[in-house]
Design a protein around this ligand. Structure first.
Ligand code: NAP
Length: 282
């Protein structure tokens, strides 16, 4: 298939690379052109502009930071698409997803909402979990691409269902990460070896592979970005907004967003989300 990938950051770059390696004809566009250029050696053709990337494509993928980026880029892409499906992989929440679905409808373009679960390494390994939703008649067209980028695809219903599940998952993820950060910060303050805490929960019902993974980063103070903290904060805010829309108040998530915001304001926004521990250390 001819595929355009718009946005080649932490997630978009390996997705484009894997699609090209699987034999698809991939063109990529990125706001900072150097990131798309860097994919040329991996069989991905860099495009200088959005229209050039999407022209002649069968499927156009967006993998961008947030809703404003997706709405702006999709708007430009839709105007140049002819017969392609728009597949939106970024995490932008249900409200913005509904707006992009409207943009696509107005342009006569089928729209698939497909945020992904999994971070940098699963993206590199083609092992993401794809939370797909959209019209039944285009599912067979996009499934071969999902089979390349993901280990699993769930078709969840009409467009928007994927984005709703994604916010539920990230509410859990943020709670897990912040809980871990505070347990480790408390261990440090009480002169308890944080590794002893991790060893104690390991393998039991309170343990989680994620605790070992992110706990190591927190203890070592080294935060190479898999999932940048500023994007985790964005997702916390999206979940709070979606909850408020339903008359629901999520007090713990509000506090987590506050903590993450403090760490972002202290300059850790581009570090991995595990860097939220900075807000809990005295
Ligand atoms: N990383 C993860 O673990 C993970 C996992 C699941 C889902 N996600 C979601 O996937 C999306 C992408 O995440 P990522 O980790 O790949 O982020 P990233 O590395 O920060 O990449 C963000 C991308 O968005 C582009 N961008 C930002 N603002 C833009 C704008 N106004 N106009 C055009 N392009 C813009 C950036 O372009 P520049 O290069 O020019 O800045 C870059 O290509 C996000 O919605 C994120 O929440 C991430």
């Amino acid at each position: 298939m001819r595929v355009a990938v718009l946005g080649t950051g932490i997630m978009g770059a390996p997705i484009a690379r894997n699609l090209a390696a699987a034999g698809h004809e991939v063109r990529a566009w990125n706001r900072s052109a150097d990131k798309a250029q860097a994919l040329a050696d991996d069989g991905v053709e860099p495009a200088g502009d959005i229209a050039g990337a999407v022209r002649g494509a069968d499927v156009v993928i967006t993998m961008l930071a947030d809703a404003p980026a997706v709405e702006a880029v999709a708007g430009e892409a839709l105007a140049a698409m002819d017969g392609a499906v728009l597949v939106q992989l970024s995490t932008i929440g249900p409200e913005a997803t509904a707006r992009v679905a409207e943009q696509a409808k107005a342009a006569g373009v089928p729209f698939v909402d497909a945020p992904v679960l999994g971070t940098k390494q699963p993206a590199e390994q083609g092992k993401l979990s794809v939370l797909a939703s959209g019209p039944e008649d285009v599912r067979d067209r996009v499934q071969p691409l999902f089979d390349v980028i993901g280990a699993k695809t769930q078709w969840l219903g009409e467009a928007g269902a994927g984005s709703r599940l994604k916010l539920v998952l990230n509410t859990w993820l943020l709670a897990l990460t912040e809980g871990l950060a505070e347990a480790i910060a408390l261990a440090e303050a009480l002169d308890v070896d944080p590794q002893t805490f991790l060893d104690t929960i390991d393998g039991g019902p309170m343990g989680a592979p994620y605790a070992n993974l992110k706990g190591k980063l927190m203890m070592e103070g080294d935060f190479p970005p898999s999932f940048p903290l500023e994007l985790a904060l964005k997702d916390g805010r999206l979940a709070l907004a979606a909850a408020a829309e339903q008359g629901l108040r999520l007090g713990a998530l509000e506090a987590i967003v506050e903590q993450m915001n403090r760490a972002v304001e202290a300059g850790h926004g581009r570090a991995d989300m595990a860097a939220t521990i900075h807000a809990s250390r005295a």
